[in-house]
Design a protein around this ligand. Structure first.
Ligand SMILES: *[C@@H]1O[C@H](CO)[C@@H](O)[C@H](O)[C@H]1NC(C)=O
Ligand SMILES: *[C@@H]1O[C@H](CO)[C@@H](O)[C@H](O)[C@H]1NC(C)=O
Length: 294
């Protein structure tokens, strides 16, 4: 083989490796503890992180980088057994007034009762766009991948790469959309007995403490916000931009198959949709609820 064709073959091989596996982040390098002291533990050379919750405190961490659009994947294994009163989060948020936020929150439940996967979007400091789901698997039995795609056209929430929710940019119709500020990734594990489980009726049982959740394989395939506004992804610093594939998130939407999957999820597993909560909006539901759903 000629040297140049060998190099070409090698580059094609590298690009396919990157495309199929993505770049896996490292918790030692990519995140910092926000609270909880020794309740935040990193293991497996930076591949896994655990958060625990006891009567003194919960715990949390945030990404070191700020991002302006991207795809964010986190594998999570939630606290098993009686997790009533606990909240486990994975979300994006900006800082300061008029903040942006894109949330995944997992509300614990009594043993054998389903966790609720709660989603919300804040723009210009205003949220109130909740959709909640039960999951089609036990999120405490194994790791599952939870993802947020954030591009200028829409936000997509995915579970094991299945779209569960799309929030389109309807700025043209006067609906605020989070795109004016960079955001960091945040994860936390804390107690919210007063509202989390069955409307606050089930409180946390400290006899089960310490509660523990696991995070793995954080991947930010995203624009890193930095004064030079370079856009690259974690874990690939030494690889040139042209070799990085897996940038579908920039324009990702729903094709026919995606629309069928999301209909399946929303028909079978959605347990709350602010757009259907007429009692909450006696003057009429927010205007984005009247636009096409996907
Ligand atoms: C807990 O289980 C109940 C009963 O199955 C269910 O209605 C509720 O949505 C579940 N989740 C939470 C967070 O309460
Ligand atoms: C910003 O990005 C450039 C190009 O990737 C890099 O050389 C520089 O170190 C980054 N600056 C910061 C503060 O991260």
């Amino acid at each position: 083989m000629k040297k140049s064709s060998f190099i070409t073959a090698f580059l094609v091989f590298m690009a396919s490796v990157l495309a199929s596996h993505g770049a896996v982040g490292n918790f030692y390098r990519d995140v910092s503890k926000t609270f909880g002291d020794q309740r935040v533990q990193i293991s497996e050379g930076g591949r896994q992180l655990s958060l625990s919750l006891d009567q003194q405190s919960g715990s949390g961490f945030q990404s070191n980088s700020e991002y302006w659009f991207g795809r964010f994947d986190m594998k999570m294994k939630l606290a098993p057994g009686n997790s009533a009163g606990t909240v486990t989060t994975f979300y994006l948020s900006s800082q300061g007034p008029g903040h942006s936020e894109i949330d995944f929150e997992f509300l614990g439940n009594a043993s054998g009762q389903p966790y609720t996967c709660h989603t919300n979007v804040f723009a210009l400091g205003k949220g109130g766009k909740e959709q909640q789901f039960h999951l089609w698997f036990d999120p405490t039995a194994a790791f599952h991948t939870y993802s947020i795609v954030w591009n200028p056209q829409r936000i997509i929430f995915l579970v094991d790469n299945i779209q569960i929710r799309v929030f389109n940019n309807h700025e043209a119709h006067g609906v605020a959309f989070p795109k004016d500020k960079p955001m960091k990734v945040y994860c936390s594990f804390w107690e919210a007995s007063d509202w989390a489980t069955q409307g606050g009726r089930l409180k946390i049982d400290w006899a089960n403490a310490p509660f523990k959740v696991y995070y793995r394989d954080f991947n930010a395939n995203a624009c890193i916000h930095n004064k030079s506004s370079a856009c690259h992804r974690i874990g690939t610093d030494s690889i040139s931009e042209s070799m990085i594939s897996g940038q579908e998130w920039r324009t990702q939407g729903l094709d026919g198959k995606g629309r069928n999957r999301i209909r399946w999820v929303q028909n079978k597993f959605m347990v709350y949709n602010y757009c259907s909560d007429l009692a909450r909006f006696p003057q009429g539901v927010p205007s984005e609820c009247k636009r096409p759903r996907f």
